[in-house]
Design a protein around this ligand. Structure first.
Ligand code: PGA
Length: 253
């Protein structure tokens, strides 16, 4: 049985004070939730502060990206070693906005996955087709190629440590959520890919989140699908009451 995991990706939102206010309320409102893993992904500047706030809490901390070297002359970059030191347990990798705006490729995703694992961070690897792929019925091909390249060389043991997030690009921040059936179809495909590469036991232990316009109103329908194990949430993670409600509704699916 896979434990549901809900991660709130704050993207480039929240000053320190705003982030602290949000986490204060989440800690208060979600302290009794035991059956769901809850994670927040603040911007880099807030990580150390939020880590302190989460020390005695069950809410986990994730970064939104990392660089693959541990240290060096890489102006502007942050390493997995630094993120671990800042108190992170997870790291998003290959989010579609990084692919779209910052030149992230499946090859860089692969390097980042290894870097995260090496530093004891759980990679949350994001994959997903864009609108053109979907319209041309190339969704599975795109997903397959992202998995083939992004997880290339990953051993079974390492594969067991990752989380995948299926995020159709056309559904991110657009209000256009994939139907539970559309999402399940791709999640099932991803799990079959995992079975093919790592065997049944490993494939059925890896959690696959859905992402793209997830809200308190649609999470239960998504969670009712057999291969959907949680959500990566953008917009709906920025307000404490909305995110808390979404986490609670996860248990209704
Ligand atoms: P959204 O973002 O929930 O605002 O669509 C999801 C994501 O980008 O992870």
């Amino acid at each position: 049985m896979r434990r549901p995991i809900i991660a709130g990706n704050w993207k480039m939102y929240k000053t320190l004070k705003e982030g602290q206010d949000l986490v204060t309320i989440l800690k208060r409102d979600l302290y009794d939730i035991e059956a769901v893993d809850i994670v927040v992904c603040p911007p880099f500047t807030l990580l150390t502060y939020i880590a302190d706030m989460l020390e005695a809490s069950t809410i986990g901390l994730s970064a939104q990206d990392l660089f693959w070297e541990d240290e060096g002359a890489y102006t502007g970059e942050i390493s997995g070693k630094m993120l671990k030191d800042a108190g992170c347990s997870y790291c998003l990798i290959g989010h579609s906005e990084r692919r779209q705006f910052f030149g992230e490729t499946d090859e860089t995703v692969s390097k980042k996955v290894f870097a995260a694992l090496k530093n004891g961070l759980t990679p949350i690897v994001c994959i997903g087709e864009n609108l053109l792929d979907r319209e041309k019925s190339l969704t599975f091909e795109r997903i397959k190629s992202q998995l083939d390249k992004g997880l290339q060389g990953l051993t079974k043991l390492d594969a067991e440590k990752i989380i995948l997030a299926y995020e159709p690009v056309w559904a991110i921040g657009t209000g256009k959520v994939a139907t539970p059936e559309q999402a399940q179809e791709v999640h099932h495909y991803i799990r079959s890919w995992l079975t093919q590469h790592y065997g049944d036991d490993t494939a059925s232990s890896i959690r696959i989140q859905y992402g793209g316009s997830v809200k308190p109103e649609n999470i239960a329908g998504l969670m009712a699908q057999g291969d959907i194990d949680g959500a990566l949430v953008g917009g709906a993670s920025l307000k404490a009451d909305v995110f808390s409600c979404l986490v609670r509704n996860t248990l209704k699916g």
